[in-house]
Design a protein around this ligand. Structure first.
Ligand code: GFB
Length: 317
């Protein structure tokens, strides 16, 4: 941790403000004394260099958060590799280069825990990067996110830009994607169990063996960590953002079943991919810097479930 960077009076651009993380950043930044800048996809497609360059040159932000990305769960990653590699490489390259050209003072790039090797020793510390082969289902996304880290490092070295990277663990929260084909496991299991409860079904099927372990961070905790890092972190190495605790997918399913009040069985489907066996973050550096997550997984799931039910009711009204 080095020099403090103040957001006071700054023009802060959140790229990807309609996404789950971007929306949480807007909520968190509302309590900072700064001017928040956003631009919609209809006006600027972040995959198009000319559009990003023109907007950045005219908007002249002081600080930039880059949560913008094409994201999805294991099946989406596995079946749409071109989108995951192309969109993410373009989005981050355009934003980072345009930020340098526009004289942005500080930029925070957001990656993912899937940058680490499939069989990385656990918990995964920052220096596990590029020490082994990636998980095949999400290598496309991982390669793009690794390139993002390297872009920040390269612009820091060659041009002296204060560009940093944060690697969050699996995120969840309000505003998540609940589409069963493209979502991550947590919203998928909420949607499946809720539907099963409504239909009085006897069981719910979860993909894979249920044995992989995942760590889950509530998105508003993540946004708080990102603002903390924007203000306090200024190093070439990326930094992990997580809680440092994980659960098996089966345990997650049991927790969601209990919170939703579904009393049927949980059935596994080993024909579906498990992905990485375990992705536990080593959050020593973040903890030592003075940041810790506050929301428990149970509490977070209950909050998301309430929000999900409200959305369903609003749609039916
Ligand atoms: O959340 P998820 O899709 O992504 O899956 P990853 C996590 C685990 O949950 C896998 C299992 O072992 C899945 O097989 N799972 C069980 C399910 N039931 C379901 C279900 O109904 N839907 C889904 N989606 N999974 C992603 C990467 O990996 O995580 C991305 O592909 C990114 O690139 C993201 O890094 C954070 O944790 O396996």
């Amino acid at each position: 941790m080095t020099d403090a960077y103040s957001l006071k009076g700054k023009r802060v651009y959140v790229a990807g403000h309609r996404g789950m993380v971007g929306s949480a950043l807007l909520r968190r930044l509302a309590s900072e004394d700064c001017e928040i800048l956003t631009v919609g996809r209809a006006q600027v497609d972040l995959r198009r260099q000319v559009e990003v360059e023109a907007w950045m040159a005219q908007a002249k932000p002081d600080a930039v958060f880059v949560p913008a990305a094409t994201v999805g769960g294991i099946l989406a990653n596995d079946t749409r590799p071109a989108e995951f590699i192309y969109d993410n490489l373009m989005i981050e390259t355009n934003l980072i280069d345009a930020a340098w050209r526009a004289g942005v003072e500080k930029l925070l790039f957001l990656g993912s825990s899937c940058i680490y090797p499939k069989m990385a020793s656990q918990p995964m510390a920052e220096d596990a990067l590029l020490t082994g082969p990636l998980e095949p289902t999400n290598q496309w996304y991982a390669i793009a996110k690794i390139a993002g880290i390297k872009l920040c490092q390269a612009y820091r070295r060659q041009y002296g830009c204060d560009f940093i990277s944060a690697m969050p663990t699996n995120l969840y929260g309000i505003g998540d994607n609940f589409d069963l084909q493209s979502s991550h496991v947590l919203p998928a299991l909420i949607a499946k169990m809720h539907a099963a409860k409504e239909a009085r079904a006897s069981n719910v099927t979860i993909w894979g063996t249920g044995t992989p372990r995942r760590e889950f961070l509530y998105v508003d905790d993540c946004a708080d960590a990102l603002v903390f890092l924007m203000k306090t972190y200024s190093q070439e190495s990326h930094i992990n953002v997580g809680v440092g605790e994980d659960v098996s997918i089966y345990e997650l399913a049991e927790m969601i079943r209990r919170i939703i009040g579904f009393d049927g069985d949980i059935v596994t489907d080993p024909d579906k991919p498990d992905g990485t066996p375990r992705k536990l973050m080593d959050v020593t550096r973040l903890t030592q810097a003075g940041w810790k997550a506050t929301r428990s997984l149970e509490d977070g799931i209950a909050t998301v479930y309430d929000w999900y039910c409200d959305q369903l009711s609003a749609r039916q009204a």
